[in-house]
Design a protein around this ligand. Structure first.
Ligand SMILES: N[C@@H](CCC[C@H](N)C(=O)O)C(=O)O
Length: 269
């Protein structure tokens, strides 16, 4: 059985999108998702995105990391799916209902309110998420934010000097984070600009992370280091993030359809 897919990306954070809205697909297990995401033996991507019909929104988006784990949120994929949807609407995710507005080669997304309580991140035990009394080598005084998925954010002088390929996997699996965590290292360049690198839970180093940009902007605004809106510059490009205390987060940026293809289900089943 041949299955069509769409290869998309948001600032280089890439996705294989499967569309099961009109025609049901065989069940996508974690093993199948990981096999499709494998860059050596599969199609290759950071996240596999499965579109399904929704009873309460325009469509439902399910997100599988490259390791096969199903997760709640993906900012870059939300813009990509908004582009496919082609008009204003609501996308249902495990992390919440997201209002999207496609625009010139990208989209603006209302990512909902950040969750800031320790047990909403979640953390293993109570602590102040604005200034956490923990450190990992040069990553000191971090903060935590949940934007549908869990993030830890540490400010550093120079993001490129952080060995994120070594520290990322260690922090991702630290017992402080019972559901693991996405790891953000950021430097504040001005009151309107942040530089960011991300080690993604279940995917590793990526060119960009939309939810990481949202979490980092929220944490920097809470710390009064930047004003809203703020530009977040990632290795793959820039996102604009707007947030006021007590409100929802707005993420605006590009998304791209790269190509369409098909694969043989029997190769992955
Ligand atoms: N690339 C994404 C985030 C994907 C999910 C993340 N790795 C997690 O496990 O929570 C984004 O653009 O937000």
């Amino acid at each position: 059985m041949r299955i069509p897919f769409i290869k998309m990306h948001g600032l280089g954070n890439d996705f294989v999108v499967l569309d099961a809205r009109e025609q049901a697909l065989p069940a996508i297990s974690s093993r199948v998702a990981a096999a499709l995401a494998d860059r050596n033996t599969g199609i290759g991507c950071d996240q596999l995105i499965l579109l399904e019909p929704s009873e309460s929104a325009d469509l439902k988006m399910r997100i599988f990391n490259a390791d096969g784990g199903e997760v709640e949120a993906c900012g870059n994929a939300t813009r990509a799916v908004a582009l496919l949807h082609g008009s204003e609407g609501i996308i249902e995710t495990a992390g919440g209902m997201l209002a999207v507005s496609p625009r010139d080669g990208g989209a603006s997304v209302d990512m909902g309110e950040p969750r800031l309580d320790w047990d909403a991140i979640p953390l293993a035990y109570p602590m102040d998420t604005l200034s956490m009394p923990v450190s990992w080598e040069m990553l000191e005084d971090p903060g935590a934010v949940n934007v549908g998925n869990p993030h830890v954010v540490a400010f550093v002088e120079d993001t490129d000097a952080v060995p994120l390929d070594r520290l990322g996997p260690e922090i991702e699996k630290d017992p402080l984070f019972p559901e693991r965590v996405n790891v953000n290292v950021a430097s504040v360049e001005s009151r309107s600009r942040i530089r960011l690198r991300v080690w993604e839970r279940g995917a590793g180093l990526t060119r960009a992370c939309g939810t990481g940009a949202c979490a980092t902007a929220v944490h920097a605004i809470r710390r009064k280091l930047v004003d809203s809106p703020v530009t977040v510059a990632l290795p793959g490009g820039e996102l604009e993030i707007a947030w006021q205390q007590g409100g929802t987060i707005r993420m605006t940026g590009p998304a791209t359809e790269a190509f369409r293809g098909t694969f043989d289900w029997e190769d992955y089943a």
